[in-house]
Design a protein around this ligand. Structure first.
Ligand code: FES
Length: 367
């Protein structure tokens, strides 16, 4: 019986009663290591603080596990002061819960947990807790500080006080098996699958206000950049329409106009209404040189182009400057309501050296 059974990481007899979490951790360890599991009778005996049945046969000397080979001789109280079993009374409730769940932690998860505790001003995991969470064999007596063999059992089962650590505030320190292992640098964020399982949202150094401001600035720039491109993207689908006034419009009745040039529709329709003793016509206000809009000079009774100085008389006939011909005239007709209807899409011109179209039907109204 003793050949099949092994103490694993359990302390030798005599020992104190073990709680559920320590027993669960031992079962998890045995499952991982391929060792025979503790039977219900064994568990009851461990909880009751009595000897397991197979131990009474002289067994219980663990020879097949690293823990057993490395374990120091039992103390007077029979308690090994390091390792999960020894620290059963010293594990925090949170660690005991994790051990009971039987999940093996990775080194990065341990580092993340240490970082979280540091941020939250919590006590760091002790060496024994780290060892238990990693699921590794307990520390050897040479590497881990042990309680003096003559110490009382109660003192041995007490949670070991964390050893003073070197002042390395930015370097998380993980101690396993009694040997300190320092992680240089920041644990990689998001690379641990165990960290979320341990309820850890993230790892790394704490954010300073400067870091937060920088992050806000970067995100603002990214959002502004993407927003601009989004607007430009949707603008691309909108029609590029040039809104121009209607080319056909009414300008009132013939009796509204006196002799001479009327400029009241220059801004709106780019025309002048010109009335002579026998005609009313509309001049399209565009210089025939290069297309500028001439100005009406009533004191000089002429149109003057501001661009290159072309001059036109009161009927739009060029007489000075580079303009090659008179200004065009728009089509006119009397609408059904008696008003003058102008159509600037149909123009009458007098090309240089050619017959004039100013006398065509529609180029003027008789008054
Ligand atoms: S555009 Fe009128 S003179 Fe040149």
């Amino acid at each position: 019986m003793a050949d099949e059974k092994t103490l694993g990481r359990l302390p030798k007899w005599p020992r104190k009663a073990l709680n559920n979490s320590v027993i669960a951790a031992e079962q998890a360890y045995r499952r991982r290591s391929g060792l025979p599991l503790l039977s219900d009778e064994d568990i009851e005996a461990l909880k009751g603080g009595v000897q397991m049945a197979w131990e009474k046969d002289g067994g219980g000397v663990a020879t097949s596990t690293p823990m057993a080979t490395a374990a120091p001789p039992a103390t007077a109280g029979g308690i090994v002061p390091t390792g999960p079993a020894a620290a059963s009374g010293g594990f925090s409730p949170e660690v005991e819960k994790w051990l009971a769940a039987g999940k093996k932690w990775s080194k990065s998860a341990i580092a993340a947990e240490q970082a979280r505790r540091k941020r939250n001003n919590l006590a760091p995991l002790t060496d024994a807790e780290v060892t238990a969470l990693l699921g590794e064999p307990a520390a050897s007596p040479a590497a881990a500080p042990t309680t003096a063999p003559t110490a009382a059992a109660a003192a041995a089962t007490a949670r070991p006080a964390p050893a003073p650590k070197p002042a390395l505030p930015s370097v998380p320190q993980i101690a396993r098996g009694g040997t300190a292992t320092r992680y240089v640098g920041t644990p990689a964020v998001g690379t641990s699958k165990a960290a979320p399982a341990g309820g850890i949202a993230g790892v790394g150094p704490d954010d300073t206000p400067v870091d937060q401001r920088r992050r806000r600035l970067v995100w603002s720039a990214v959002v502004a950049f993407l927003g601009t491109w989004l607007i430009a993207f949707f603008r691309f689908f909108l029609p590029r329409t040039l809104f121009e006034p209607n080319s056909v419009f009414k300008i009132g009745y013939p009796s509204d106009y006196a002799l001479g040039v009327d400029t009241k529709f220059q801004q709106k329709y780019r025309i002048w209404v010109d009335r002579t003793p026998d005609r009313l016509f509309v001049i399209y206000a565009r210089c025939t040189h290069l297309g500028c809009t001439p100005d009406w000079k009533p004191s000089e009774n002429k149109f003057k182009c501001p661009c290159h100085g072309s001059g036109y008389d009161s009927e739009g006939i060029n007489f000075e400057g580079p303009a090659p011909r008179p200004m065009d005239r728009a089509h006119l007709e009397i609408a059904a309501d008696g008003q003058i209807q102008v159509d600037v899409s149909k123009l009458y011109s007098w090309p240089k050296g050619q017959p004039t179209h100013f006398d065509d039907d529609g180029a003027f109204l008789k008054v």
